[in-house]
Ligand binder design. Structure first.
Ligand code: F6P
Length: 412
């Protein structure tokens, strides 16, 4: 039996380390020798930053803590591998390092951008006849991966967002004068996460008044007019907007005020400031108190409110990836197939990486109301099972305990 290597890539989630654990534990149980971790993903591998994971995951307690630790234990990157033509040296370097480490399988835990890395390495590996297997483990709070029913990380972020929205709604009603709260939710060009605010509505909560997803063109003037109408009826108005809402000419709403000049290696602009812009316009027009609530990184690192179902599925996806590689498969991404809604049940399958890399799965039009200001019950039913059950943090001195890599990586 040989060694394997695993890396984490892209934006983190509250359960990405459960997938890491799933890869590590399953590989060890199936007889792998060394399980290497790339520090900061493929970028780290290129720089020779690799750790032996067994020196960091030493016992059951480390494993329990790893599952409960947010963000990417190994560190992440947003690094796009170049086209092989003209950059053969980059690929030669990667494959030479993998050979030196005596690695038989490479696992990458990430979203649609990160699966581009699996795709390029698979294609190059096939071209040179390499025996190394490349398997993607799905992850993203955005839930925008093709083929799979949903992605690990989404459920926990949705649980945090729905719970926080309930709290914001209660807080908004505290005074006897009007307040408009605009909640800005991540998810880039897909509205899945923003839709999770709809889960706040129930017998103990009024729910948000309006929800705006990037799947629909956003009309700023129409939005301001609607807020005026809402203010005539309600003391507190709470609306949820996706960070990725765009106006008719294709610009993001957040670009209307902030100078968004940070663009990552995949060409994605940093999206932030939508809530601030809209809250400012409402205050200006109606002279009311407003709050711009940018959930930002809080929604993807809230490990204290992980959904147990999400932790389990994240772990299982890591395990399924190792199983596939050890059965000789390559060029695949693990996917989840929902086989039943009640009781909820998903099984792990796999899809060709070429069907998933760089593809964004959007909320289907039939799950958004006709006027584009709310989501339909079908979408609530889709999300609801994914936020179920809890996992208790290990509390130390009143705070959740985490693990850190905290080690000078091996230089290779
Ligand atoms: O892709 C996951 C995600 O959290 C998006 O929702 C968000 O737009 C983006 O990452 C933020 O990325 P970064 O951490 O690089 O600013």
């Amino acid at each position: 039996m040989k060694n394997i290597i695993v890396g984490q890539s892209g934006g983190p989630t509250a359960v990405i380390n459960s997938s890491l654990l799933g890869v590590y534990k399953t590989a060890k149980d199936r007889g792998a020798d060394t399980v290497y971790g790339m520090v900061h993903g493929i970028k780290g591998l290129l720089d020779g930053n690799v750790v032996d994971l067994s020196t960091r995951i030493r016992n059951e307690l480390d494993m329990d803590l790893l599952k409960r630790t947010p963000s990417s234990f190994l560190g992440s990157c947003r690094y796009k591998l170049p086209d092989v033509n003209g950059h053969e040296d980059t690929y030669e370097k990667i494959f030479a390092t993998l050979k030196k480490l005596d690695v038989c399988a490479f696992f990458y835990i990430g979203g649609n951008d990160s699966m581009d890395t699996i795709m390029r390495l698979t294609d190059y590996g096939n071209k040179i006849g390499s025996p190394i297997r490349f398997i993607g483990v799905p992850k993203t709070i955005d839930n925008d991966l093709a083929v799979t029913d949903h992605t690990p990380g989404f459920g926990s972020a949705a649980k945090y967002i729905a719970a926080t929205t309930k709290e914001i709604i209660r807080d908004g009603l505290v005074y006897d004068y009007p307040v408009v709260s605009v909640i800005e939710v991540m998810g880039r060009n897909a509205g899945w996460l923003t839709a999770a605010t709809a889960l706040a509505r129930g017998e103990d909560c009024e729910g948000v008044d309006e929800i705006y997803l990037p799947e629909r063109v956003f009309d700023v003037d129409a939005f301001i007019t609607r807020m005026g109408e809402r203010l005539k009826e309600n003391r507190s108005v709470v609306v949820a907007v996706s960070e990725g809402v765009k106006i008719a000419d294709g610009r993001y709403v957040c670009e209307l005020s902030d100078h968004v000049d940070y663009v990552d290696a995949f060409g994605h602009k940093q999206l932030a400031g939508t809530a601030r812009f809209l809250a400012g316009r409402i205050a200006e027009k109606y002279g009311v108190k407003t709050r711009a609530i940018e959930l930002s990184s809080l929604q993807r690192c809230a490990a204290h409110i992980q959904a147990r179902i999400d932790v389990t599925e994240a772990y299982n996806c890591g395990g399924a990836a190792v199983k596939a590689a050890f059965e000789g498969k390559t060029g695949l991404v693990i996917t989840l197939k929902r086989v039943s809604d009640d009781p909820y049940m998903c099984v792990a399958e796999a899809a060709d990486v070429h069907e998933i890399a760089n593809v964004e799965k959007k909320v289907p039009p039939e799950w958004i109301t006709e006027d584009g200001t709310y989501v339909r019950q079908e979408l609530v039913h889709y999300i609801m099972p994914l936020i179920q059950a809890e996992i208790t943090p290990l509390w130390v001195n009143g705070l959740p305990r985490h693990v850190r890599l905290n080690e000078t990586p091996l230089k290779r």
